[in-house]
Write a protein that binds this ligand. Structure first.
Ligand SMILES: [Cu+2]
Length: 117
């Protein structure tokens, strides 16, 4: 392989790794959804996760944390993360997540859903 081609290959490899971050792909409840009180939040990502370095916190409009425990693995799905919730009254909730993929890159985000009366 020529030096020039080798360099191009290295760049291609670096950029494909840069795309291997865990981005949010699915959420239950979904972003913007209005739902009956959920007992858990399940998030699906584009990459496999380091669960111990990932988190989900769910807060009410008043700022109270309603997630009960650290986020945990979803059996059989290394790209998913879940957290259990207390009994949640109607209102707006914010899900704040941090996902560390197996390449150790960390991506954070948040979204909202509403619990209907
Ligand atoms: Cu990455």
């Amino acid at each position: 392989m020529s030096r020039r081609l080798g360099l191009a290959f290295a760049f291609a490899l670096a950029s494909s790794q840069a795309f291997a971050h865990a981005h949010l792909k699915t959420a239950s409840p979904a972003d913007g959804a209005t739902v009956a009180p959920p007992s858990e939040i399940i998030l699906g990502f584009t990459e496999e996760l380091e669960v111990k370095l990932s988190s989900i916190a769910v807060k009410s409009a008043g700022g109270e944390t309603v997630s009960t425990a650290p986020a945990e693995a979803v059996p059989g799905d290394r790209k998913a993360l879940k957290v259990l919730l207390k009994t949640v009254p109607p209102g707006a909730y914010t899900v704040e997540w941090a996902a560390t993929s197996v390449d150790t890159h960390r991506v954070t985000g948040q979204y909202r859903f509403t619990v209907r009366p």
